[in-house]
Ligand binder design. Structure first.
Ligand SMILES: [Zn+2]
Ligand SMILES: [Zn+2]
Length: 208
């Protein structure tokens, strides 16, 4: 829980309220002061013209943004569906911890590729790639609006990365990574080409 210091009023210099909620200004306005009535009116106008940095609408700020709340529902729902489905697809294709995989990178023209073991499967805090989103929009699982909401919200989130991924560890201690010289590499699920709609030829072949 963060500590928030109590505000000090810029009008009466009391602590515990901000200038916008000053009882002194309100009292004077109620007593009939034109000067304080005008201040009160200006404060109301400022609130009305306040622009939300999340949805760009006026009249509220991001803390009170209803769109952010409903976007959050879409975000969590889609994230949940995605990681559940990715786990199922990986499992149905035989990618589990300990699976032996022959990996051939298109960058490295090694005929046999590298023999590697799946050592990790990371599904937490992973957002779906564009292919998955497009597919799920075309098949009617989500509307375009839902996916917009999802992306609007996920742009604001820290600690999330794109794509469920598996970690491969090469048995020979090399043959993985960008230059093909690494012993370990994270491979994003869309690069495995194992979704049913993906016709690209896979660079991975399950050995056992
Ligand atoms: Zn005050
Ligand atoms: Zn808003």
């Amino acid at each position: 829980m963060g500590y928030r210091s109590s505000p000090r009023c810029g009008h009466c210099y009391q602590t515990g309220h901000a200038r916008n909620h000053c009882p002194e200004i309100k009292k004077r306005a109620e007593e009939g002061s034109d000067y304080y009535k005008r201040i009160l009116q200006e404060q109301k106008d400022a609130v009305k013209n306040r622009k939300c940095s999340y949805c760009s609408q006026t009249g509220h700020n991001r803390r009170a943004c209803q769109k952010k709340v409903t976007d959050g529902y879409s975000f969590r729902k889609i994230l949940n569906d995605y990681s559940k489905e990715a786990s199922e697809v990986l499992e149905s294709k035989g990618f589990t911890i300990g699976s032996l995989v022959r990996y051939r990178s298109y960058r490295i023209r090694s005929e046999n590729g590298a023999l590697a073991v799946v050592t990790k499967i990371e599904t937490k805090n992973k957002t779906p790639d564009w292919d998955w989103q497009n597919k799920r929009m075309r098949d009617g699982t989500y509307t375009e609006d839902e996916l917009h909401a999802f992306n609007r919200y996920s742009n604001e989130q820290k600690d999330y990365e794109r794509s469920v991924a598996i970690m491969l560890e090469s048995l020979s201690g090399t043959g993985l990574g960008y230059w093909g010289e690494d012993s370990k590499a994270w491979i994003a699920i869309e690069d495995l080409h194992i979704y049913e709609w993906d016709n690209s030829s896979s660079s991975y072949e399950l050995v056992s």
